[in-house]
Design a protein around this ligand. Structure first.
Ligand SMILES: NC(=O)c1ccc[n+]([C@@H]2O[C@H](COP(=O)([O-])OP(=O)(O)OC[C@H]3O[C@@H](n4cnc5c(N)ncnc54)[C@H](O)[C@@H]3O)[C@@H](O)[C@H]2O)c1
Length: 325
């Protein structure tokens, strides 16, 4: 297939690029390198461009004759979305609208979208099913949900366009071959921050909120290894190629760990007792979010290989120690 990957120089995009590249697809990557790295490009042809550059993006679509688009480009820091909502709606929703208008115009057949568990908001049980109520509690989740709505409506109107919106839970870990990983310096992701503290890249780490209604008062999340997530994209694309129906699908392991559990596991694995500052709650955080993702496995044959917190932390730590970019 001829595939366009937006945001392919970023953390998740670069792992999916590698997985799709290994399969021999002809890949073009568009990325403005705002949080991505040219060194993370292991396959295909990188075009440095911003999705807001309508003229350039249209010419890339025109020349590319793509069969599929995998859309990662966006902004992802939940607290920033609370303080800069319009920027998030611009980069995540308005730019996605433009990408979709290009897909419609240039008759793209398959579309995979990076959605998020944040579309669920605060489910009472903490467990999210694809059919659970969608009530995002921050502009980030809202910006992604609006894109899901556009996808649903476009697929209804244009029968030649099919999509999967993968709702990622907490993506973590790094490429087992050590070639790529998460490098954005001010990442807010828990395992990344803890590994930075363990390798003295930060003096300490902050823990936000110890009074949530969870087992130890800290937030519970479903951590999924980035390689398993990359494989979910490969499987989702194959599913659409075989005639599968457009829909959102959860990507998680179905069980969670609390922030305190993760921090103590990172300390155990790395042998470093880094400093942790316990602070108040952070705006936009839900107490608990875990996935019910049997639908993804059932429909696409996805089978996670790294459902083990130790493997996730070890790979993130190896990356952090040797980080080449
Ligand atoms: N990391 C997670 O845990 C997580 C969870 C749920 C959903 N997601 C979604 O997955 C996607 C990728 O996330 P990530 O963690 O790899 O983040 P990332 O910041 O590493 O990757 C985003 C990439 O998009 C590029 N980009 C951003 N805006 C752009 C624009 N206007 N034009 C061109 N390129 C642009 C950046 O340079 C970067 O390479 C995002 O859409 C995010 O919302 C991530």
């Amino acid at each position: 297939m001829r595939i366009l990957i937006t945001g392919g120089a970023g953390y998740i995009g670069s792992h999916v690029l590698k997985a799709l590249g290994k399969q021999g697809h002809d890949i073009t990557i568009v990325d403005n390198l705002s949080t991505g790295f040219a060194k993370a490009i292991t396959y295909g042809n990188l075009i440095v461009a911003d999705l807001a550059d309508r003229v350039k993006i249209e010419s890339i679509f025109e020349a590319g004759k793509f069969d599929a688009v995998v859309h990662f480009a966006g902004s992802i820091v939940v607290p920033d979305s609370v303080t800069q909502p319009l920027f998030y709606y611009q980069n995540n929703t308005i730019n996605s609208h433009f990408v979709l208008s290009m897909c419609d115009k240039f008759k793209i057949k398959y579309f995979i979208f990076s959605s998020t568990a944040a579309v669920y908001g605060m489910p009472e049980s903490g467990v999210c099913h694809e059919d659970s109520e969608l009530l995002p509690i921050n502009p980030y989740g809202q910006s992604k949900l609006m894109t899901e709505h556009m996808l649903r409506d476009l697929a209804f109107a244009n029968k030649g366009f099919k999509y999967i919106a993968l709702r990622y839970f907490n993506v973590s870990g790094a490429d087992p071959e050590g070639q790529i990983g998460q490098s954005f310096p001010k990442a807010t992701h828990l395992i990344k921050a803890a590994c930075e503290a363990a390798t003295s890249k930060r003096t300490h780490m902050d823990l936000f909120g110890t009074d949530y209604p969870t087992k130890d008062g800290t937030c519970v999340r479903d951590y999924i290894h980035v390689s398993d997530l990359a494989d979910a994209h490969v499987k989702a694309l194959q599913f659409l190629e075989k005639g599968g129906e457009s829909q959102p699908l959860n990507c998680g392991y179905g069980h969670g760990f609390s922030v305190k559990e993760v921090i103590s596991r990172v300390k155990e694995i790395t042998g470093v007792n880094f400093k942790v500052n316990e602070l108040g709650r952070r705006a936009g955080d839900s107490a608990s979010l875990t996935a019910e993702s049997s639908r993804l496995s059932k429909l696409t044959g996805w089978k996670p290989k790294n459902d083990d917190l130790n493997i996730i932390i070890q790979s993130a730590y190896e990356w952090e120690k040797n980080r080449p970019y």
